[in-house]
Design a protein around this ligand. Sequence first.
Ligand code: SAM
Length: 226
Amino acid sequence: MSGKLSDKQRLRIQTRHKVSIQNYGYQPQALFWSNQEIQELRFQKLLEFLPDYIQVGGQEMWSLLDVGCGFADFYRYFQRHDLTPDYTGIDLSPDMVAGALALSKNLNIQVGELADFDYADNQFDFVMLSGALNEVVETEIEGTLSEQGNYAKSVISKMYQISKFGIAFNLLDRRYAWHQSRPDLQSFYPDEMLEFCQSFADEVVLIEGYLENDFTLYLTKTERSA
Ligand SMILES: C[S@@+](CC[C@H](N)C(=O)[O-])C[C@H]1O[C@@H](n2cnc3c(N)ncnc32)[C@H](O)[C@@H]1O
């Protein structure tokens, strides 16, 4: 299962985002979200993964890695909910990272995909991802759906490995007709991803029904494996 993009795939994603920023500026549309409400509904579902002792009061110090952070809007969303994680963001697009740093100067944000970084096991309390696995990155014409999703699966496994308490992420839902008109977008069957995550994670929860084209997975580490 390959965890690294080819140069060609990297360049394609970087170019797509360069053009989208030129077209829309630092707006959710440049991230390929239809609007801020849709973007933040996804954030809300990720935030709900955090244990109550963090969500209520928010005084605990905790670290978060945001994979494919875009403009780091997730960080500002946390701030608006009185939460201030020790935040690290990574994103494949240098233009996105430049945008994130223009919007929030002192954040720790770096250019790259997850496999570019040498993070230690259990390094971050939580690792989250919103929308960064929506690109089709494999091109095998005869590949099955699960083969096409191998990159996403390798990223998810790695996220789990470097998290202390667990991970939360969303994916596009393949059960609806919309995906037939968007062959450029990678989508998944929720049950298949649930089964994949259950093959290595201690506890897995599937969250659906909040948007027609999206679902969220929570993978929690128990004390034994953390
Ligand atoms: C749909 S946008 C979401 C951005 C942000 N998470 C948000 O919700 O506001 C996806 C982001 O993931 C980045 N991205 C795409 N593929 C990536 C990968 N393999 N590794 C890291 N970042 C990636 C893109 O550059 C883009 O900024």
